[in-house]
Design a binder for this molecule. Structure first.
Ligand code: FE2
Ligand code: FE2
Length: 284
């Protein structure tokens, strides 16, 4: 493929360093606080330096407009999974799961706990937005924790010091706590930094229940669902949905099993599940 995925993989590895399995999901911010990041690799820091510098309000608006057309491909969910699977980390092919394996480990862990079918389906598809990488988007605009733009950056975002490089930090409106938003306006009115969560949400928004859509749209919004920031922007729906986003997170982070899932063996079950909710093809 020739796509260097080191940053994509290391973001995930860094999440596990920041949120080891023993830490509980916090959410209310009462005991939140950044842990020791000394072990974070330089490449992770460089990744966030780019991410925090370039994810401005203008940039996000531009990406949203660019991808709102959904005229890049027409394909079904399984086809998108196979397309995403073209992403392989060439630097470490033996120890890492393929993209499909990560998706299926997540969905299988959700299934084993007896959760509803749309929850399982959210697990199966939650990272399909990473096909942005295959369109040539830089990794700092595909993965990484997400955060609101157009209002002040929270200190609870990972590496908040890197926001000095973001021109919005000096903007007279965007640097204020509310910025372009109203208190309690709800995250549906808020632009988050651009990445795979928002892209997939835009593709699947007509087909899944709200709980599943929240899991997809906000699973990388760690400042909210793990650090308890930005509660002043929430509306009642966000408050109700937070527990679902938090319920999803451990399956994303901690479902790594010793054995990779039997993708071909599980395919019939998942094809049926996909067709329960989705048409044969979607616009991407
Ligand atoms: Fe993700
Ligand atoms: Fe994931």
């Amino acid at each position: 493929m020739g796509v260097d995925l080191s940053q994509l993989d290391e973001w995930e590895a860094d999440l596990l360093r920041r949120y080891p399995q023993s830490t509980s999901v916090i959410g209310d911010g009462a005991t939140a606080g950044f842990r020791d990041y000394d072990q974070a690799k330089d490449s992770v820091k460089e990744f966030y330096q780019c991410n925090h510098r370039f994810q401005t309000h203008d940039f996000v608006q531009g990406r949203k407009t660019e991808f709102a057309s959904k005229n890049r491909r027409r394909m079904g969910i399984w086809e998108a999974m196979e397309f995403l699977n073209e992403l392989v980390d060439e630097s470490d092919p033996d120890t890492d799961l393929s993209q499909i394996e990560h998706l299926m480990q997540t969905s299988e862990a959700i299934r084993q706990d007896g959760n509803p079918d749309w929850f399982i389906l959210a697990g199966l598809i939650h990272d399909l937005g990473k096909i942005l990488c295959l369109y040539g988007e830089p990794q700092w605009a595909v993965v990484g924790d997400t955060f609101p733009v157009g209002c002040a950056f929270s200190k609870r975002i990972v590496y908040p010091e890197y926001f000095v490089e973001n021109t919005d930090s000096d903007h007279p409106l965007y640097s204020t706590p509310l910025g372009v938003y109203e208190e309690g306006c709800g995250f549906s009115q808020v632009n988050l930094s651009w990445g795979h969560d928002e892209y997939l949400f835009q593709v699947v928004r007509d087909y899944l229940p709200d709980e599943a859509l929240y899991m997809i749209r906000y699973h990388s919004f760690y400042p909210w669902h793990r650090e308890g920031a930005y509660h002043y922007l929430m509306d009642d729906k966000d408050r109700a949905m937070l527990e679902w986003v938090q319920a999803f997170n451990p399956y994303d982070l901690y479902s790594k099993a010793d054995q990779p899932p039997d993708v071909e063996g599980l395919k019939p079950y998942y094809m049926e599940l996909i067709h329960r909710y989705f048409p044969d093809e979607l616009d991407w």
